[in-house]
Design a protein around this ligand. Structure first.
Ligand SMILES: [Cu+2]
Length: 127
């Protein structure tokens, strides 16, 4: 068997493997800490649900793509609220700024029942 033929077979096998790789979950974006995060809010999730920010003045751009109003609360590890967007209606986008130190935070919707239904995300802030 010629080298070219062998390479051809290997490439064919690789192509088949690629096609059959489970594709249900799209590849997550690279985890690069940022000072500017975009979050989608809808019933009853935030996307992405694991946020990564760079310490400093962080701006959250929160798009309500749902059908009802939502809000956006950032709480630190001591359960102290460090930033908040008041409830904003479906279709609206708000910006929330917070000066954040490195650490673990949680983001949630404080409208009754929403956090319990899944409107919560983790936020990791790194130096
Ligand atoms: Cu909500």
């Amino acid at each position: 068997m010629s080298i070219a033929r062998r390479v051809g077979i290997v490439l064919t096998v690789l192509a088949i493997t690629a096609v059959h790789t489970p594709s249900a979950a799209p590849a997550p974006p690279p985890a690069t800490p940022s000072l500017s995060l975009t979050v989608v809010a809808r019933e009853f999730v935030y996307e992405p649900k694991d946020l990564l920010a760079k310490a400093g003045e962080v701006t959250f751009t929160v798009r309500n793509t749902g059908a009802i109003e939502h809000d956006f609360v950032v709480e630190n590890a001591a359960k102290k609220m460090v930033a908040e967007a008041r409830p904003f209606p479906a279709g609206k986008t708000v910006q929330v700024k917070a000066r954040l130190a490195p650490g673990a935070y949680v983001v949630y919707c404080s409208i009754p029942g929403h956090r319990e239904a899944g409107m919560q995300a983790t936020l990791r802030v790194v130096p």
